[in-house]
Design a protein around this ligand. Structure first.
Ligand SMILES: Nc1ncnc2c1ncn2[C@@H]1O[C@H](COP(=O)(O)OP(=O)(O)OP(=O)(O)O)[C@@H](O)[C@H]1O
Length: 356
């Protein structure tokens, strides 16, 4: 291995010309930092998958270099390289005749881990992706839903604790609700495990939700902009990026911006039927947590500091009077969110991006 560096993956003038002459990636310079979740987003055919596949040598570079942990991949045995790099694709490609546990244990077994260690690791990974080992370990892929298969794919890719994980539209074939859940769970897993990830999608919402940094690509693997999600939405580069992100970009800030104390009205006397004297707010009345048939008069939905602005907007719309009580997460009332407060929060996000 090369010297440790904070750049786990480096593309240096990486160029791919496919047989037949198609220039898929013209010359890419990009680095991915340790523990970073970097998302590549761009229109169909711009070279995202090709970029990913250079890293594990599923395509060979025409010129330039790709370094993984300082090692030039062209000089690394492809089989050894792929054992060090997790790879998750849209149709996850589980082995159909092997159980979930055997699928997850594939790379550990290839690496010669003992049965005991492989079994422990498999159970740990299934837990991590939210699949109860006692229920799922012995099932076969055809006995799983699409979302469960993708979870097994993620568990398999993480099994040998690879420093790098490549994900190519991993949740693309999952229905929208399952997809949102997988995104949230994967995001939490990545924070916890700290694997360096390159994640390919053509979905801007997915990109800004997941990415520490988002790379917007255009045809030929051209990097049009690299930015954190808020900066990308608040200050997209003129031209291709602005067109690609689209007119809804301000609304896209809502699910990735958190409600802060400074967004709340100082006057806490809103007539909302909820005590503002520090009394705990029942968690069951939080937005989105209602179960069963909707009551005729839905309860107000108090928000917590740190809730995302899309939930805040929904609560404001539902409130009818344009004011929603907010608690501090421990149930202590801290103020009221009004429509003006929501706008303040959005402007705060845009202003923070401008400071970068
Ligand atoms: N095996 C191949 N042989 C020849 N050309 C290819 C091959 N694979 C991809 N290409 C071409 O290279 C370009 C980049 O393809 P790539 O799959 O990397 O794009 P992408 O951004 O991932 O697209 P999508 O979002 O549609 O998956 C495209 O013009 C594509 O037609």
């Amino acid at each position: 291995m090369g010297a440790p560096t904070d750049d786990v993956i480096a593309f240096e003038g990486a160029r791919i010309v496919y047989p037949g002459g198609a220039v898929a990636v013209e010359g890419l310079d990009l680095t991915v930092r340790r523990h970073e979740l970097m998302v590549l987003v761009g229109p169909s055919g711009c070279g995202k998958s090709t970029t990913l596949r250079m890293v594990n040598r599923l395509v060979e570079l025409t010129s330039g270099r790709v370094l993984v942990e300082g090692d030039d991949v062209a000089r690394t045995d492809p089989v050894a390289l792929r054992r060090r790099i997790g790879y998750v694709i849209q149709h996850v490609g589980l082995f159909p005749h092997r159980t979930v546990a055997q699928n997850v244990g594939t790379v550990p077994s290839l690496l010669g881990w003992s049965r005991e260690r492989t079994r422990e690791r498999t159970a740990e990974l299934l837990d991590l992706v939210g699949l109860e080992p006692a229920t799922y370990a012995r099932r076969y892929p055809h006995q799983l839903s699409g979302g469960e298969r993708q979870r097994v794919g993620v568990a398999r890719a993480l099994a040998a604790d690879p420093p790098v994980l490549l994900m190519d539209e991993p949740f693309g074939a999952v229905d929208p609700i399952g997809r949102r859940r997988l995104q949230e769970e994967f995001w939490r897993i990545q924070r916890r495990v700290g694997t360096t990830v390159i994640f390919v999608t053509h979905d801007v919402d997915e990109a800004v939700k997941l990415g520490d940094r988002v790379v917007v690509m255009s045809k030929g693997g051209h990097v049009e902009q690299v930015a954190d999600a808020v900066t990308l939405l608040a200050r997209p580069a003129p031209g291709m990026v602005t067109d690609f992100i689209g007119a809804g970009r301000t609304a896209r800030l809502l699910p990735i911006t958190e409600l802060a104390a400074e967004d709340l009205a100082e006057d806490l006397a809103a007539d909302d039927g909820v005590a503002h004297d520090g009394a705990p707010v029942p968690a069951a009345s939080r937005a989105g947590s209602a179960v069963g048939p909707a009551p005729a008069q839905p309860p107000l939905a108090p928000l917590a500091l740190g809730d995302r602005l899309d939930a805040a907007l929904a609560a404001l719309v539902a409130s009818g009077d344009g004011a929603v009580p907010v608690h501090d997460g421990a149930g202590r009332a801290v103020g009221t969110l009004t429509e003006a407060g929501l706008l303040r929060a959005l402007r705060r996000a845009v202003a923070a991006a401008s400071d970068d």
